[in-house]
Design a protein around this ligand. Structure first.
Ligand code: KE4
Length: 445
């Protein structure tokens, strides 16, 4: 456990050196590529030495130098109840003593599957996997098999994990690092993924006209959160549903971020759209490696061992991870859970907007549910092209100013801030004060 006093959130900056973080990270770079196991953690877009975390609890991260941070990354959205929630810790401890992976079915995965089916009416059957990448990749494979077609439409700036088919014009870490097309993906395969702007139905119509009877599916984040947060324009999701129905293609909702976050039934409950397949992750595993894909029975029954569409995984549905999902999801059904989460997020969004106005710094705050992103731009951000025009260098400086004040934002313009049930109004207000102070520092240089 790191020792040392923690400064917490304040308007005063804390420039104490972080010698242990630097030493450990330098050592890590010798063995782990870039010192990280996922590129966005390397702080490439925002500069400085990445955080090296010793432990976490509630809304706080504590680094190996004993510094405390108010966390708005929340394991990239998985920890909607905050870090080390007592009931999650108890579930993990209890299950570990019973075994972490049986290599065979356990009642636990059946129970969690039933919980998800009950929560999301469009899901009649589900398959657990270990990452959102696996879930999205498998859902697209299934859609191609079911439709008997090869092409897939995704949206510029959306991110569906790092499987080959999704690594063009993708958001999240690729956008952060400026990688538009990933080497190692054969052109023959990349050409089967068609990109078009988010929130633009004309672009979708044009692709179906250009490739009649060739497009198996559209995969979409119903609320884009990997170009920064961009909500669907009115009618956009409804349009995707109409077009896919008319064209005999499947509609896949990638709810890895929005699942159990926008509502207990996900974004599809909020926007009242019934997709053919849904991809989930993050919250259903509560910080352990769990993801899932599911949908209509007639589609899912094509998956092995019932059908020929192969997908497998050594640790899929493992009991340890299932126990966390079983501990988490019931707590999200508490009366007013989402209203409270969204109220706090709106408080933060409004506070950031006031701070931008008061300091005269040009910026917009996009929010949806308990997701938000601050863009340093003078125009609305409605798609990836808009997002890429924002001042990402200024975002990097804002990130560092907030970090110096004890607030940890996602280290990239193209990610979302996540508010958890553990965040208090006082912490939200401290964050707003830190933002006002940080923006003031930006405005003066
Ligand atoms: P994973 O393979 O990282 O579990 O999930 C991939 C994925 C799929 N779909 C959506 C909508 C996602 O946001 C993600 C992963 N999200 C990123 C952050 N935006 C994970 C963070 C990281 O890459 O380190």
């Amino acid at each position: 456990m790191a020792s040392g006093t923690s400064k917490g959130v304040n308007q005063k900056v804390n420039d104490e050196a972080r010698p242990r973080s630097t030493e450990i990270f330098e050592r890590g770079k010798k063995t782990l590529v870039g010192g990280v196991d996922s590129p966005v953690r390397a702080f490439r877009a925002v500069g400085g030495t990445p955080l090296v975390i010793d432990h976490a609890r509630g809304t706080k991260l504590y680094d190996v130098d004993g510094r405390e941070y108010l966390d708005y990354v929340c394991s990239w959205g998985a920890l909607i109840l905050g870090h080390a929630h007592p009931e999650v810790v108890a579930a993990v401890s209890d299950q570990a003593a019973k075994g972490t992976s049986y290599g065979m079915t356990s009642p636990l995965e059946i129970e969690l599957g039933e919980m998800i089916v009950k929560a999301v009416p469009s899901i009649e059957m589900v398959r657990f996997v270990s990452s959102g990448t696996e879930a999205a990749m498998s859902a697209v494979r299934l859609a191609r098999a079911f439709a008997g077609r090869d092409m897939v439409i995704k949206f510029e700036g959306c991110y569906h994990g790092h499987s080959d088919g999704f690594l063009s014009e993708a958001g999240s870490g690729l956008a952060t690092l400026g990688i538009a097309a990933c080497p190692g993906v054969p052109e023959a395969f990349a050409s089967l993924t068609l990109n078009t702007p988010f929130n633009d139905l004309d672009g979708v119509e044009k692709l179906f006209k250009k490739h009649p009877n060739k497009i198996a599916a559209i995969i979409v984040e119903p609320v884009a959160a990997n170009m920064g947060v961009v909500a669907p324009a009115p009618g956009f999701l409804e349009g995707l549903r109409e077009i896919t129905k008319r064209e005999g293609a499947l509609l896949i909702f990638d709810e890895v971020i929005t699942g159990f976050r926008m509502a207990y039934g996900g974004a599809q409950q909020v926007y009242k759209i019934v997709p053919d397949l849904t991809v989930m992750g993050k919250i259903i595993g509560g910080g352990l490696p769990v993801a899932a894909y599911g949908g209509k029975r007639e589609i899912m029954e094509r998956v092995a061992p019932l059908g020929p569409v192969y997908q497998a995984g050594t640790l899929a549905g493992n009991p340890l991870a299932m126990r966390v999902g079983l501990a988490m999801l019931p707590k999200l059904q508490a009366t007013g859970f989402y209203e409270e989460l969204n109220r706090k997020t709106l408080r933060l969004a409004e506070g950031l907007r006031s701070a931008l106005r008061e300091t005269g710094v040009e910026g917009v705050v996009n929010g949806a549910g308990s997701l938000l992103t601050i863009f340093f731009a003078g125009n609305p951000i409605r798609d990836y092209t808009d997002a890429k025009k924002s001042d990402t260098a200024r975002f990097g400086r804002f990130f560092q100013e907030m970090l110096r004040r004890g607030v940890f934002l996602p280290p990239s313009q193209y990610e979302a801030l996540f508010v958890s049930a553990a965040h208090t109004d006082a912490e939200i207000d401290q964050t707003i004060a830190a933002a006002r102070s940080s923006l003031g520092a930006l405005a003066n240089n």
